[in-house]
Design a protein around this ligand. Structure first.
Ligand SMILES: Cc1cc2nc3c(=O)[nH]c(=O)nc-3n(C[C@H](O)[C@H](O)[C@H](O)COP(=O)(O)OP(=O)(O)OC[C@H]3O[C@@H](n4cnc5c(N)ncnc54)[C@H](O)[C@@H]3O)c2cc1C
Length: 470
């Protein structure tokens, strides 16, 4: 798109889902908004790519809260965006070396299933879920809450230990920790609650046509409301004066000015590369320097022929750990998106994508090609335990590493979820939307409420409201 103006009401840095939602609300309310995005497509982690007719979702597999009363559902309705979603049922399936379980789409059914399977805890299970849902409600309502104070300093493991003794039950209730990236003994109870209740109560959904379709509909609505988006435009510098941001300069040397700015990008890049941070108080910079990014993953994308039988392969977490410590940090998240939406592949062919947890630290990986090859073999070997002949059915294979995720989104070290969702980095301990610059706001998974599409939708919406109510 040709952008003629150089002065805007609001400039948004990054067309991730938080940036796009924020932009759509601002543009709908009459603001002149420019979104600058370094990639040639919008969406950040919520993008898809095509190979030989197969459409692969790059990262996001499903989205929480897309029903009428969920956060995403309400947001899309406010913006008058129509997207067809498929509700996933079961919500998920979880596997350990010695047992497996399907997580039903309805929370009441899940509670009933757990009370049957874990009879010794059958009185406590409903009590736990009542509290858990109450805690979730406190996170989305304004005002003080006793529940938030009660759990704010607890890990999810500590919360589970308050209720249960059965280790297998605790493993089941922790099995989906990969969705926030920190194991139960590190993950914040509030962070885990935000993610889990969102999926268990408001549902997990797949946007028909791909996750890129979800993104493109939002981007199109932003444009329909009068917003402007410039793709393949990397912000290289932000000018500031007297605690105000003034303008941005792109890699092509273009300069744009605005009254307000929203950053949908990694704060490490924002505050340590793009902005001259001498105006910022050292305590703020020190806090950011000390914060820990979330982990990253290896990704395998397979386009398979139509002869392979995937009927028995369930979408969900496959853990190699045998106990609650999750000490080996080993899991595969296997998904067969063509089970939900056959239009993603040509001629009745099928897709498997696998997200693989990794122990290696980004900076310690010396040779990314060796890393990639090792992870590929490890993942295919694991898939062969279910599908012994899978190698004979592969039409297309692609891979992604933390470095790939970093390259496409500029999230440092390919951090999947912004800051790690630990007790000291969640809720009031996460970075606020406001910054030391009075007209510069943060939206997205590095700020509140946290990671995941539903959370970043909420984040973008909140920041738009802050600017509109200013
Ligand atoms: C493998 C994987 C699987 C996941 N699965 C799920 C899932 O199934 N469901 C779910 O809800 N969540 C999932 N998540 C988490 C979710 O994808 C993220 O939390 C969310 O997408 C983050 O959105 P965001 O708007 O904060 O930012 P991002 O998606 O990180 O977008 C930031 C944007 O800013 C752009 N940008 C950065 N720097 C610049 C610059 N200098 N100039 C211009 N543009 C710039 C980037 O290119 C990018 O488009 C997954 C994440 C990963 C990595």
């Amino acid at each position: 798109m040709n952008v003629k103006e150089s002065k805007y009401d609001v400039i948004i840095m990054g067309a991730g889902i938080a940036g796009l939602i924020c932009g759509a609300f601002l543009a709908k309310n009459g603001k002149k908004v420019l979104i600058l995005e370094q990639h040639h497509i919008p969406g950040g982690y919520c993008t898809s790519f095509k190979r030989k007719g197969f459409i692969f979702d790059a990262a996001v597999h499903h989205i929480g809260g897309c029903g009428k009363w969920g956060i995403v559902g309400r947001c899309l309705s406010e913006l008058d965006i129509n997207i067809r979603f498929l509700r996933l049922d079961p919500m998920d399936s979880i596997h350990f070396p010695t047992f497996s379980l399907d997580v039903p789409a309805e929370l009441d059914d899940y509670v009933q299933l757990l009370t049957q399977q874990f009879a010794s805890e059958n009185k406590t299970i409903p009590v736990f879920f009542k509290e858990f849902v109450g805690l979730y409600r406190s996170t989305v309502s304004t005002g003080k809450s006793k529940l938030l104070s009660k759990y704010q300093d607890l890990t999810y493991k500590e919360m589970l230990d308050m209720y249960f003794t059965d280790e297998r039950l605790k493993m089941v209730l922790s099995a989906q920790w990969g969705y926030i990236g920190s194991p139960p003994h590190e993950a914040s109870a509030i962070g885990m609650c935000q993610m889990l209740v969102n999926y268990l109560k408001d549902g997990a959904y797949y946007p028909v046509g791909s996750t890129q379709n979800f993104t493109d509909r939002i981007a199109q609505k932003f444009i329909d409301y009068g917003g402007q988006i410039m793709l393949s435009s990397t912000i290289k510098k932000i000018s500031t004066k007297n605690t105000f941001a003034k303008g941005v300069i792109t890699d092509k040397g273009e300069e744009f000015f605005a009254d307000n700015f929203v950053s949908n990008i990694d704060p490490l890049q924002l505050f340590f590369t793009l902005i001259d941070n001498q105006e910022i108080e050292e305590s703020y910079l020190h806090k950011i320097r000390k914060m820990k990014g979330s982990g990253s993953f290896f990704l395998l994308y397979l386009g398979l022929d139509s002869r392979i039988d995937l009927k028995g392969l369930k979408r969900g977490f496959y853990h190699t750990s045998r106990d609650m410590s999750f000490a080996d940090n080993g899991w595969f998240y296997i998904s067969v998106p063509t089970h939900a939406d056959a239009s993603l592949s040509p001629d009745n062919k099928q897709i498997i994508t696998v997200v693989v947890s990794i122990k290696e630290r980004f900076d310690e990986i010396e040779d990314w090609n060796i890393f990639k090859e090792k992870k590929k073999q490890y993942t295919i070997r694991y898939l062969e335990t279910f599908l012994p002949n899978i190698q004979n059915h592969i039409d297309v294979m692609e891979m992604g590493t933390p470095r790939t995720l970093e390259r496409y989104t500029l999230n440092s070290k390919g951090a999947a979820y912004g800051w790690a969702v630990t007790v000291d980095q969640t809720w009031s301990n996460r970075l606020r939307h406001t910054t030391p610059f009075r007209n510069l706001f943060l939206a997205g998974h590095w700020t509140n409420p946290g990671p995941g599409i539903c959370a970043v939708v909420s984040s973008g919406w909140r920041v738009a409201s802050m600017i509109l109510n200013n």
